[in-house]
Design a protein around this ligand. Structure first.
Ligand SMILES: [Mn+2]
Length: 360
């Protein structure tokens, strides 16, 4: 058929269908793949060109790496899949990006354009910046170096477009590729604030959820006086990690500090330390900092931050010059009611709101 005849045939058919009370015209949903929506139903950026003009680009890194064998087998959470043999502890963080995106639909830009009155009564995110979803990095399971190379490409695209990456892990190794790319973009120093129950001050394995801060310090862009951890707690902390924290002398706030000082003061002090003499701020959110009563964590340690504390702290920190944010260690298979995935999505929106507030 010639193209003109094809078009006319479809036009006649459509006109006929319109009068016949057939099904209404279908509209395309902002779907990333399968039934996974884009984050807050923001436009999908399928190419470098589509990143143009974005203030924020969401990027999923569904990577979970090395798992440690341990002589102790831990008790499984009730009504959740049991840990397999002696795998220490629980896994499934590679499903984080899609869980956060699914639950982010509740905050869809199509609903209220990002009105967020508790952050600022008049703030409408979409009035200030364009959010896009740059999809996922196609990671190579079991090959951390190949996976990180692929991360580098996507992150370089985001920074080249002038956007801030909001990264969903994955385990806590994922700040490594982000910081590797960000470090190359800076002429000055970087401040880092990490929310975590755990020090994560291992030196090895090289690319692992636990040695990421050693790799960050090695980059030479972050000094211990600009590095802060919030939420340290539990009786599983490693003596070696604690010794490193003491050796480096960086500031960390235990949950007792949070209780005594209040989260507002803790966040303020963290912001001051991380921004003193630095060019940019990176925020890393190991979701296990949140109280595991929410469910959904790889490494649950009771008595963590509440949702209000987390969002309030992010509200304070996002007043800094945020150049990157990640959420990691969400384990959707344990998030039986979706509450932690929901909070993770909300936490990302809070940081985006902070970026929006800084734009005219
Ligand atoms: Mn942790």
């Amino acid at each position: 058929m010639d193209a003109d005849k094809v078009r006319k045939a479809w036009e006649r058919a459509a006109a006929k269908a319109a009068t016949a009370g057939g099904r209404p015209e279908r509209t395309m949903a902002p779907i990333l793949r399968d039934d996974v929506p884009t984050f807050i139903e923001a436009p999908f950026a399928g190419s470098v060109a589509e990143l143009e003009g974005a203030g924020v680009a969401v990027l999923g890194i569904p990577f979970e790496g090395v798992k440690l064998l341990d002589p102790v087998t831990y008790a499984p959470a009730p009504a959740a899949p049991a840990p397999d043999g002696s795998i220490y502890f629980r896994s499934g963080a590679d499903k984080g990006p899609e869980a956060i995106r699914r639950h982010s639909v509740f905050y869809s830009l199509r609903h209220g354009r990002g009105l967020i009155p508790e952050t600022d009564r008049d703030l409408v995110i979409a009035d200030h910046l364009r959010v896009v979803d740059y999809g996922d990095v196609l990671v190579v399971p079991g090959d951390v170096e190949a996976s990180f190379m692929r991360c580098h490409e996507k992150l370089a695209d985001i920074y080249a477009a002038g956007a801030v990456p909001i990264v969903f892990g994955g385990d806590h190794s994922i700040p490594i590729p982000v910081l590797q790319v960000l470090a190359g973009k800076l002429s000055g120093k970087l401040g880092i604030v990490a929310f975590d129950s755990h020090f994560d001050m291992s030196f090895e394995p090289k690319y692992w959820a636990g040695s990421q801060w050693a790799r960050a310090f090695e980059l030479g862009v972050v000094e211990p006086e600009n590095f802060v951890e919030i939420g340290i707690r539990g009786v599983r902390e490693s003596l070696a990690d604690k010794a490193v924290a003491d050796e480096l002398g960086y500031r960390y706030f235990t949950m007792t500090d949070v209780d005594e000082l209040g989260i507002e003061t803790v966040a303020q002090e963290a912001l001051e330390a991380a921004t003193a003499g630095t060019e940019a701020l990176y925020i890393s959110l190991d979701i296990d900092v949140v109280d595991p009563a929410f469910g959904g964590q790889k490494y649950p340690d009771p008595a963590g931050l509440g949702a209000r504390e987390l969002l309030r702290a992010l509200r304070v920190l996002s007043r800094g010059h945020v150049a990157g944010f990640d959420i990691c260690c969400l384990a959707p298979r344990y998030d039986l009611q979706g509450h932690l995935s929901q909070l993770a999505a909300r936490a990302a929106v809070e940081v985006i709101a902070g970026l929006a507030l800084q734009r005219p």
